[in-house]
Design a protein around this ligand. Structure first.
Ligand code: FAD
Ligand code: SF4
Ligand code: SF4
Length: 410
């Protein structure tokens, strides 16, 4: 292929892009929202973490409320940050995990099974209610001012929506798992504005991909204000679903969505129960394959390696949560918040390790690019195209405006 053919495509472009209608060569080293849109969102690889929205310094990216995905709402300046922070394009998430773990003291890690002391909290929680209880203790102790979590939509049954909990009552309301992504990080600033909190410390709870975005934003945040994120809690995850597709498969299986009180995915089955704990549906999760997010096949991060604390159910007795404390900040939060929990030692973590291994093998198979923990943190647009479309590209020069590329980023 000639170098002319290797050059970036020329416009036409999407609305709001300053190049619209102008037939000019693009400046080198810039990546535009349009590139992210084509490579990730239109390609159905977006995992709806909202990191690109949060990373855009000009607030040019909003959220399409119907499709629940990023969309351009004002002029894109080509600053490239949406690309650089997206775990499905420019951010080599496995490298970020490696950088994060290098910062962690070796003696911090511990894994326990935990359950809320309060029976009501334990019952409201997905497993042992450990997350709800821990966050409640941290709020009471003034260690955090709010937690970014998910709660059920008022008008769409079972649909999780991003939610800022500022009290124990809010946390109780939001307890349990939502089996859809909520563009969480992209809604954080709006939710903080609504809550009108002064210089808040926020715990972010989310699937590991959301936590990767939160970790990158915290580490490389270039906005003037300090990051509000004070703690990152990952919900272990092998995949999440697209809400409309999940809803329609449930309805096809004869489930009355209004009657469902809890959904759980455990040991290969999806189980829907009503408020009395009666099972409304128990079906192999394979039956829901077409509702899964395609971008999850590229995810190796089952445990949430960039989190301060990871939580799940694998390896714990019923009605307990598996808790992995991963960082110094996580250990401090655990020291303060675990008063609200009863714990059991969990010496055997074989099932956890097995699932994490399986997940990584799946991702290595599903990732068109190389999975490389020691690779450059930033994946350039052209390198991505080469891996995903087979386009043979010239190396992309660095843009001095992307200053963070000169640190570990490159
Ligand atoms: C999509 C998904 C897949 C999962 N898959 C696995 C798995 O394969 N194996 C495993 O061991 N564990 C998995 N988990 C984690 C597990 O379901 C529980 O969340 C975890 O064990 C904590 O239980 P708990 O009772 O302590 O949490 P709770 O006390 O119920 O608190 C959970 C907190 O997480 C928030 N939350 C729930 N869903 C979301 C969401 N989608 N986005 C943001 N915040 C949310 C809630 O609002 C609440 O604050 C998954 C979770 C999710 C959301
Ligand atoms: S950063 Fe997240 S929300 Fe934005 S395009 Fe990438 S995967 Fe989708
Ligand atoms: S499997 Fe990975 S990419 Fe998919 S929702 Fe879970 S953490 Fe995110």
């Amino acid at each position: 292929m000639s170098s002319d053919e290797n050059a970036r495509p020329r416009v036409p472009t999407v609305g709001g892009d300053p190049r619209e209608g102008v037939d000019v060569d693009e400046p080198s080293g810039k990546t535009w929202f349009r590139d992210l849109d084509e490579a990730v969102i239109e390609a159905d690889r977006c995992i709806q973490c909202g990191t690109c929205v949060a990373a855009c310094p000009s607030d040019s990216i909003g959220i399409d409320e119907i499709e629940e995905r990023p969309t351009l709402v004002s002029m894109c300046t080509g600053c490239s940050r949406c690309w650089d922070f997206c775990p499905r394009s420019g951010l080599r998430y496995e490298r970020l995990a490696d950088i994060e773990s290098a910062d962690r003291p070796a003696d911090v890690g511990r894994t326990v099974a935990a359950r809320a002391h309060s029976d009501a909290t334990a019952a409201a929680g997905q497993d042992g209610g450990a997350v709800t209880a821990l966050l409640g203790e941290l709020l009471d102790a003034g260690e955090i001012d709010a937690a970014l979590v998910a709660t059920e939509s008022d008008d769409q049954p079972l649909k999780g929506e991003a939610y800022l909990a500022t009290s124990r009552a809010d946390l109780r309301e939001a307890a349990g798992s939502s089996y859809n992504q909520t563009m969480q990080l992209g809604r954080l600033h709006e939710l903080l504005d609504e809550a009108d909190l002064d210089d808040p410390d926020v715990a972010v709870v989310g699937t590991p991909c959301v936590i990767e975005g939160a970790a990158a934003l915290e580490r490389y945040e270039l906005r003037d204000e300090a990051s509000p994120i004070a703690l990152r809690i990952a919900l272990m995850c092998t995949r999440n679903f697209e809400y409309d597709r999940l809803r329609s498969i449930l309805v096809d299986h004869g489930v009355d969505l209004e009657a469902v009180d809890g959904l759980d995915v455990t040991e290969g089955d999806l189980i829907a129960t009503d408020a009395d704990g009666e099972v409304l549906l128990e079906e192999s999760v394979d039956a829901f394959d077409t509702a899964g997010l395609d971008g999850c096949a590229e995810c190796a991060d089952f445990v949430g390696e960039t989190a301060d604390i990871s939580v799940g159910n694998v390896g714990s007795p019923d009605e307990y949560t598996t808790v992995v404390v991963r960082s110094e900040r996580g250990a401090d939060a655990w020291a303060t918040g675990s008063d609200g929990l009863e714990t059991l030692p969990l010496d055997e973590t074989e099932s956890l390790d097995r699932l994490a291994d399986w997940n990584e093998r799946r991702a290595r198979d599903g990732l068109p690019r190389e999975f490389d923990r020691e690779g450059a943190l930033s994946i350039a647009y052209r390198e991505h195209r080469e891996a995903y479309d087979g386009t043979d590209c010239e190396p992309e020069p660095l843009n001095p405006a992307r200053v963070y590329q000169y640190e570990e980023w490159c």
